[in-house]
Design a protein around this ligand. Structure first.
Ligand code: SAM
Length: 365
């Protein structure tokens, strides 16, 4: 399968999950927006897009730009009065030239712009002149923990969304041995703290993640509600590679991203291998109710159901919609597409009953 291009690289399964998650999300995101009066145009930007082709177990796998361009070119035909615009950019002109082999033609309402400059320069330029009635989705996916927050800021505060790859594995590998001035500057820029403070965090992946999340919250200066969802991706050795962070001011987008992630991970919150333990009970039974195995890096539907039960167990009748609203607010747990599974397990595992739009957690005495 060697085509003689050294930039076509083998990838791990986690990268395929990443492509699938973006593809799944963009497909629903586009339709939801184009169906609203307010939105005349959607803009998708992958400012670090690579060449579009990879190898997994000897077979060709397509990356984000190829998947998104092809699916959005079909969507564009359904909405002739609306515009779809895509920007694909990578440092490497060779990679961008190669990518063109897999891209659909531009049409009246569907346009792809290609460039090979620093992605931060491109998004700064676009971020200075957001168009009205136009919604932007930025994918920021460097192959290292290098984040230029000034470039991302307009997308955190505008009518836009960001999918950010926080390459925590890079930081954990390199932080203790950072010597070169340039590398030091990179981590200080990404985490917005002095390198000495970062070194003291050593390999504490949660601390790095919290730092990134608090930077995003600090950058946000728009009073509208704002939602952040973050999902970890693990390599074949079960080590954390990156966190994929989705930021939006749209609650529908937030809910959708959670559903897409759980769908892509086959009913879990990540691709971490939990060695088939998901159906095991824990020893620390609480409240005489069963308690399932729980891993905060890979939740299962059992954990979602348990979370609902613990919150409502003392209530008699609860409107189903109140149960879903409670879950909608959770930063990781899904609701849509999982409602039936959740209801069925509440009944089977905890004896909850359903009647006319209500769940009955406890019989009236
Ligand atoms: C992880 S790959 C991107 C994968 C792609 N987003 C996808 O999902 O198919 C990272 C790419 O980003 C490019 N890159 C890294 N930093 C960049 C920057 N500042 N500007 C432009 N390209 C960059 C690298 O050349 C590499 O091809």
């Amino acid at each position: 399968m060697d085509k003689g291009y050294d930039f076509i690289k083998p990838i791990g399964k986690h990268s395929i999950y990443k492509f699938q998650l973006i593809q799944e999300y963009v497909s629903s995101w586009a339709e939801k927006l184009l169906n609203t009066k307010m939105c005349n145009e959607i803009v998708f930007i992958d400012c670090m897009c690579n060449c579009g082709e990879y190898i997994f177990e000897g077979k060709t796998v397509y990356g984000t730009p190829v998947r998104v361009a092809n699916l959005l070119s079909v969507v564009a035909k359904k909405y002739p009065d609306k515009k779809i615009t895509l920007y694909f950019n990578d440092f490497s002109k060779e990679k961008v030239d190669y990518l063109t082999h897999f891209l659909p033609q531009n049409t009246e309402n569907f346009t792809i712009y290609l460039s090979s400059i620093d992605g931060n320069i491109l998004i700064k330029k676009l971020g200075r002149r957001f168009k009205i009635n136009t919604h932007y989705l930025l994918v920021y996916d460097p192959f290292e923990a290098k984040i230029d927050w000034d470039a991302i800021e307009p997308y955190i505060n505008g009518w836009s969304e960001v999918i950010l790859n926080h390459m925590v594995s890079d930081t954990r590998r390199a932080i203790r041995t950072v010597k070169r001035e340039e590398a030091r500057e990179k981590y200080e820029m990404t985490y917005q703290v002095d390198i000495r403070e970062l070194i003291s965090l050593a390999s504490d992946k949660n601390a790095y993640e919290q730092r990134i999340l608090s930077i995003i919250e600090n950058i946000r200066n728009n009073p509208r509600p704002f939602y952040i969802a973050s999902f970890p991706f693990f390599n074949s050795k079960n080590a954390l590679e990156y966190n994929f962070i989705h930021c939006t001011s749209n609650k529908i987008g937030f809910r959708l991203f959670k559903t897409c992630a759980w769908k892509v991970f086959g009913g879990h919150s990540s691709n971490k291998n939990i060695y088939g333990k998901e159906d095991q009970y824990r020893f620390d039974f609480v409240d005489d109710a069963s308690s399932f195995f729980e891993d905060s890096e890979c939740y299962t539907v059992h954990n979602v159901v348990e979370y609902v039960y613990r919150n409502f167990k003392d209530a008699n009748k609860v409107k189903l919609n109140n149960v879903w609203d409670f879950l909608y607010n959770h930063p990781i747990f899904p609701v849509d597409k999982f409602k039936n599974i959740i209801k069925n397990e509440l009944k089977k595992e905890y004896g909850v009953k359903e009647s006319k739009g209500f769940l009955i957690f406890r019989d009236e005495e």
